[in-house]
Design a protein around this ligand. Structure first.
Ligand code: CUA
Length: 313
């Protein structure tokens, strides 16, 4: 369990933004502070316990020295330590505050669902899922909302958590100068598959981000005919949207460019042919409780469907 904490793909201790650095520093200051306090208190307890064993004459407790020890060790030192740590917390709060979000030059709306992340770029008319692309060096305002229960949006490398509360609009700022892929995770228990509600933030140089966004704006065109017919005739479009087709469902992830995403089912499985087949054949086996039913398709139909979905780049 301890070793499991050493990975850096999703760690508060591997910060890649200003606020995340502040949180990381606070964490270390708290750890060092509490370690010193713990060490001193444990030593005093041990000294007391060992002295007693020696069966020496009873310790005088009502002396000026004893009273001074209680006053200093029990009141003054804790007061100074707690005030100092509290002051440090206050120093960290502003950089992680929601108020920072107003500095955002790009707004992205992230909507939590049981159990995936709907991602909207309101200015561009783009909708995607579970993969949040941002340009590096640009402050991004994340509008955090929910479609059902309480979720919590958390990318430890970039900022603190922000809860998604029904009926309330929350926001947080994401900004990083380092290109890379940062894993995020729902951080509020939201039902059976809370643990399988992950996402990725892909931070790209602005020109590559713009190219990605422009490509995402394109509607789906054509694709393998047989698979498209399976998709349209099996009811998939009742829940999923594929822009440019008759599929306009709003309950499930937008699939317009699903072939270009790296994972499926909110980071549950890699987006490969084999995993996609396993998913379509029996979604409840891969992620029990999710809202996608097994459609009872034949192997031939599933193959055609995979051809179609993979063509949606
Ligand atoms: Cu969504 Cu936990």
């Amino acid at each position: 369990m301890v070793l499991a904490g050493c990975g850096s793909s999703q760690s508060t201790l591997a910060p890649h933004s200003g606020p995340a650095h502040d949180i990381d520093t606070l964490w270390w200051v708290m750890l060092v502070g509490s370690t010193i306090v713990f060490g001193v208190v444990t030593t005093l307890v041990l000294v007391g316990a060992l002295r007693r064993r020696g069966e020496r004459p009873p310790v005088q407790t009502d002396t000026p020295l004893a009273r001074r020890l209680v006053l200093w060790g029990g009141a003054l030192v804790p007061l100074v330590v707690l005030v100092a740590l509290f002051a440090f917390v206050l120093r960290t709060l502003p950089s992680t505050s929601s108020a920072q979000a107003s500095k955002g030059r790009l707004t992205i709306r992230v909507i939590g669902h049981q159990w995936f992340w709907e991602i909207r770029y309101p200015g561009a008319g783009v909708v995607t899922a579970n993969e949040l692309h941002i340009p590096i060096g640009v402050p991004v305002r994340i509008e955090a909302r929910t479609a059902d229960v309480i979720h919590s949006f958390w990318v430890p490398a970039l900022n603190r958590k922000i809860d998604m509360i029904p009926g309330k609009d929350n926001e947080i700022l994401l900004e990083t100068d380092r290109a890379g892929t940062y894993r995020g995770q729902c951080a509020e228990f939201c039902g059976l598959e809370h643990a399988l509600m992950a996402f990725f933030v892909v931070a790209q140089p602005p020109d590559r981000f713009r190219a990605w966004l422009t490509h995402e704006q394109l509607a789906a065109s054509g694709g393998p005919k047989q698979g498209r017919e399976v998709f349209m005739s099996s009811g998939c479009g009742g829940c999923h949207t594929i822009r440019g087709t008759g599929a306009i469902g709003r309950y499930a992830p937008d699939l317009t460019h699903v072939g270009s995403r790296s994972t499926l089912a909110a980071g549950t499985i890699p987006n490969t042919r084999a995993e996609l087949r396993r998913w379509i054949r029996d979604p409840q086996h891969v992620k029990p409780g999710n809202k996608m039913p097994a459609l009872g398709l034949t192997d031939e139909q599933i193959d055609a469907l995979i051809d179609y979905l993979e063509s949606l780049k």
